[in-house]
Design a protein around this ligand. Structure first.
Ligand SMILES: NC(=O)c1ccc[n+]([C@@H]2O[C@H](COP(=O)([O-])OP(=O)(O)OC[C@H]3O[C@@H](n4cnc5c(N)ncnc54)[C@H](OP(=O)(O)O)[C@@H]3O)[C@@H](O)[C@H]2O)c1
Length: 321
């Protein structure tokens, strides 16, 4: 628990790249101008969190250690800095990661820029809200970047995980015909979410199965799996002028253009308006968020190790208070 004087908090930190996350006590930070101190109730786990520990941004951005891990969080505003419209007691959610200042959401308290937080509807709980920011905003931005519309066919490669499940539902909601990659355990669930077709990626290569079912090609792809150098068999499924969006920087738009295809590497931007709209969709039953693993903050290191091993069938959430 936080100390009785209220000056320190528990947080999950790493002291360097490639070190083990551990629970420690840190001073509760003070919000500066435009910033908000949030008493977190829950934090969402994303693959990006362990990729940060592995150094995905090493060399491109300064990291301050000890570095509090975690991007996504939801909780109650505790204190605000100058020029902030939010007030103590407001329920909020959003992204908290700021590696340059060693800040993150796996903690009892975290600072965020007020401009990065959305107010949380009263009818949504903190755990669901903490599961939304990165995966929901990514799904939103990726589907939007494809530009697919009603009646067109979209393959979501990686549909069984957190981003994929949301992307399937957001596309289906726009009248898109979705092909979802699944394993045997998630096939039924992805159908429930509206996927018109499922492809079991554990059976045979996804590209081979989609090619067999769609010899004339498909309109669009959201690829959450391929890394640079791996995208070709998936991109080759597209019709002429088809579009592929990669979450992992795997697309070379210029190479695709020479073949009459379009492509983009998209990095999600969790704008408060997007977050609020995602929360509305959850509240209205249009977007289901499956939390498949929920543990206390103390077990963050295990939760990260589990995320890294794969087999995600929804979101992982850390309960904080
Ligand atoms: N660019 C951005 O802004 C952005 C934002 C969010 C996420 N991302 C990235 O997008 C990726 C997905 O994120 P996430 O949060 O959805 O991850 P996740 O929850 O871990 O889900 C990944 C899913 O993909 C499945 N999978 C693994 N190999 C597959 C294959 N060959 N074919 C089809 N499915 C396969 C996994 O199942 P198994 O483990 O059983 O194989 C798992 O269900 C991650 O690399 C993440 O870092 C990027």
């Amino acid at each position: 628990m936080t100390d009785p004087k209220g000056t320190s908090m528990r947080a999950v930190v790493v002291t360097d790249f490639d070190t083990e996350p551990r629970l420690t006590d840190l001073p509760i930070p003070e919000p500066g101008p435009g910033e908000v101190l949030v008493r977190l109730a829950a934090a969402g786990v994303n693959p990006f969190d362990w990729k940060v520990v592995e150094g995905i941004m090493r060399g491109s951005v300064h990291h301050s250690f000890p570095l509090v891990l975690g991007s996504d969080g939801a909780g109650t505003v505790e204190r605000v800095g100058e020029d902030v419209v939010l007030e103590p007691g407001d329920r909020v959610f959003g992204q908290f990661m700021d590696v340059e200042r060693g800040r993150g959401s796996y903690a009892e308290y975290a600072i965020a820029k007020a401009a990065k937080l959305a107010r949380l509807r009263a009818d949504l709980d903190f755990e669901l809200a903490a599961a939304l920011p990165t995966a929901g905003a990514a799904a939103h931005d990726f589907v939007e970047a494809t530009g697919v519309g009603p009646g067109q066919t979209l393959l979501v490669n990686g549909a069984s995980g957190g981003v994929g499940q949301a992307a399937v539902q957001l596309a289906v909601g726009q009248g898109v015909r979705v092909i979802a990659t699944v394993d045997p355990d998630t096939a039924g669930y992805l159908r429930e979410l509206g996927a018109a077709e499922t492809v079991d990626f554990t059976e045979a290569p996804t590209a081979d199965q989609v090619r067999e079912a769609h010899p004339d090609g498909i309109d669009a792809i959201v690829d959450l799996i391929s890394t640079p150098g791996e995208i070709e068999p998936i991109a080759a499924l597209l019709k002429r002028n088809g579009v592929i969006v990669s979450s992992n920087g795997a697309v070379d738009p210029e190479v695709l253009a020479t073949r009459g295809l379009r492509g983009a590497n998209v990095y999600a931007n969790a704008q408060p308006a997007t977050l609020a709209s995602l929360a509305d969709s959850v509240a209205h039953g249009q977007l289901r968020v499956r939390i498949d693993y929920q543990v206390p903050l103390e077990e963050a290191a295990d939760a990260l190790a589990r995320s890294k091993q794969g087999k995600a069938r929804g979101k992982t959430v850390l309960s904080i208070s």
